[in-house]
Design a protein around this ligand. Structure first.
Ligand SMILES: O=P(O)(O)O[C@@H]1[C@@H](OP(=O)(O)O)[C@H](OP(=O)(O)O)[C@H](O)[C@H](OP(=O)(O)O)[C@H]1OP(=O)(O)O
Ligand SMILES: Nc1ncnc2c1ncn2[C@@H]1O[C@H](COP(=O)(O)OP(=O)(O)OP(=O)(O)O)[C@@H](O)[C@H]1O
Ligand SMILES: [Zn+2]
Length: 505
């Protein structure tokens, strides 16, 4: 595989699958056994004249200091290779290698990247096209397993010659393919359904470095507070019902509640794919991503998958997802990694200034009465301790931002199971499943100040919203179970004006 170089002629075999802020994901439609069942992860650059979303250089001087104990990382002179090494040597051991695909880098020509860019543009959400493009200055891309299919179930049908039109997907192929774009990942005998979840932070911080005015952070989970700011910035149109504390609760009931809430308000936290094609949730990532929800038709999509009466399939499917999360235990591992953030940004930011040997901007801004020795003492800790605090904070940041892909296929009697099995009691069906973490990127050290600023904005916006709400005594409804109804936060935009100081990013 190392010797392979993807050239212009190969671009036609790769079709748009999805994207996030930094990467484009393409699925393979060609016939090379080396690529069947794989996706390409290609880095993008911003359309603002900068050379790349993430700088081409590997680690900065201060990052070298930060990661000095991880020799594999500091030895790398190239950011792309570094990203992969970070997943391999830092995140994979922490999350469990069976849930992480480190991938393989393959060389690409500039013409390949240019051609890919041209081919996929019409499939990308316009707002993503507007803000980013394929970074054609990269000389390699990452090949990963396609987590939304079970490639060992593929049946290769008779190929399509160059110039022929496929009767299934109606595309005219410019080179020979054995699987059309819709067939890649399409299991002939049984369908594969994949759920993608971006769980975000699953615990309440208890750090003693959280100031009194931010004490609300100890009681309200970050995701829910962030919703207020996103609503204010019109990045979302309604308040999510999802509470990460439920998903990470470790209880069947809590997980089930979280999955139902994600289904009700998916935003960029929940997507469903059928044989690799998105059938529920937003395409292209981001909270304002193109919506391709199918509403009630989702029942129909589940027809060949969940053996239940019409109207009952979605419920059973959500049960299956919840049961799998409970059984796999993957989220327990993820939570442990997230909890490496023990100081909270309000503590870690001081250690950051120690590392970069700059006067602490936070201590400088805290008025004398608020500047307790709790913070000043952080400036006299040994450098090693500062390095550990910030390193752990950044690892936790990766774990708070990654996603989980869970794929299912019905278990077949004749086939030796190659994956774990989960049983769905309501339909009396057994499924094979696999669970993978994706997007385990290294967070740059220089983001620490932005993290601190965003944290302040989130708390400020949320606190202002609650204050206004109490003052106006409106929109608080009590559910039959006694809990306060979440949608009360979907208040008019005008209510946020005082507390919110700007954009969240
Ligand atoms: O800061 P957050 O919690 O909003 O997370 C960012 C995500 O926003 P979200 O709230 O999940 O919609 C954001 O997701 P979207 O682009 O909004 O889909 C990114 O994942 C971002 O990471 P990076 O800058 O691409 O490395 C994420 O930034 P990090 O904080 O993980 O660095
Ligand atoms: N290995 C994979 N198999 C199948 N689909 C994938 C895979 N990796 C990513 N995807 C799809 O592509 C989308 C974008 O990928 P990814 O999260 O890696 O991009 P990103 O730019 O790093 O995201 P972010 O905005 O969080 O930085 C994912 O949300 C997922 O739907
Ligand atoms: Zn300080």
């Amino acid at each position: 595989m190392e010797k392979v170089i993807l050239e212009e002629k190969d671009a036609v075999d790769w079709i748009y699958r999805g994207e996030g802020a930094a990467n484009l994901i393409l699925a393979y439609t060609g016939s090379s056994p080396a690529f069947i069942g794989k996706v390409l992860r290609i880095q993008k650059s911003q359309r603002n004249g900068k050379s790349g979303v993430k700088e081409g250089r590997a680690l900065t001087t201060h990052e070298r200091l930060l990661w000095r104990e991880n020799k594999e990382l500091t030895a790398s002179s190239n950011r792309e290779i570094l990203e992969q090494l970070y997943v391999k040597h830092v995140m994979s051991p922490l999350l469990g290698p069976k849930h992480v695909d480190v991938g393989i880098r393959v060389l690409v020509t500039k013409e390949f990247l240019k051609s890919v860019e041209k081919n996929v543009t019409c499939h990308r959400p316009a707002w993503r096209v507007h803000s980013s493009q394929v970074d054609v200055n990269r000389d390699s891309v990452l090949i990963l397993s396609d987590h939304s299919i079970f490639p060992d179930g593929l049946e290769v049908r008779e190929g399509l010659g160059s110039g022929s039109q496929c009767v299934i997907c109606l595309e005219i192929y410019r080179s020979y393919v054995t699987l059309c774009r819709l067939e890649v990942g399409n299991l002939k005998r049984e369908p594969c359904i994949t759920v993608e979840i971006k769980p975000k932070c699953g615990f309440l911080p208890i750090s003693r470095f959280i100031t009194e005015e931010n004490a609300v952070k100890r009681n309200v989970v970050r995701f829910r507070m962030h919703q207020a700011l996103k609503l204010h910035n019109q990045e979302i149109s309604e308040y999510s019902e999802y509470n990460p504390l439920d998903l990470f609760s470790g209880s069947r009931e809590g997980i089930q509640k979280a999955i139902e809430a994600l289904y009700a308000t998916p935003q960029n936290n929940f997507r469903v794919f059928l044989n690799g094609s998105i059938v529920f949730g937003g395409l292209g990532g981001g909270t304002n991503s193109t919506t391709v929800q199918v509403g009630e038709a989702f029942e129909d999509i589940l027809k060949n998958f969940i053996q239940a009466d019409n109207g009952q399939r979605t419920t059973s499917f959500l049960q299956l997802v919840a049961e799998t999360i409970y059984t796999s235990g993957a989220l327990e591992q993820l939570l442990e990694v997230q909890k490496l953030d023990t100081y909270d940004i309000e503590g870690a930011i001081h250690a950051y200034y120690n590392i970069i040997s700059q006067p602490c901007m936070v201590c400088r801004e805290l008025s004398k009465d608020k500047l307790s020795c709790r913070y000043t003492s952080l400036h006299s800790i040994p450098l090693d301790q500062s390095l550990k605090i910030v390193k752990d904070y950044l690892i936790a940041a990766t774990a708070k931002d990654c996603s989980l892909m869970i794929s299912f296929r019905p278990k077949e009697d004749g086939r030796l199971p190659s994956h774990n099995t989960v049983y769905l009691g309501s339909t009396n069906q057994a499924f094979e499943y696999k669970v993978y973490f994706i997007d385990l990127d290294l967070k740059p050290l220089k983001k620490m100040e932005a993290y601190y600023e965003l944290d302040k904005k989130i708390v400020s916006c949320y606190s202002q919203m609650v204050k206004t709400e109490h003052e106006t005594d409106k929109a608080v409804t009590i559910n039959s179970n006694g809990s306060v109804r979440d949608q009360r936060y979907a208040l008019e935009d005008g209510l946020f004006t005082e507390g919110c100081t700007g954009k969240c990013k």
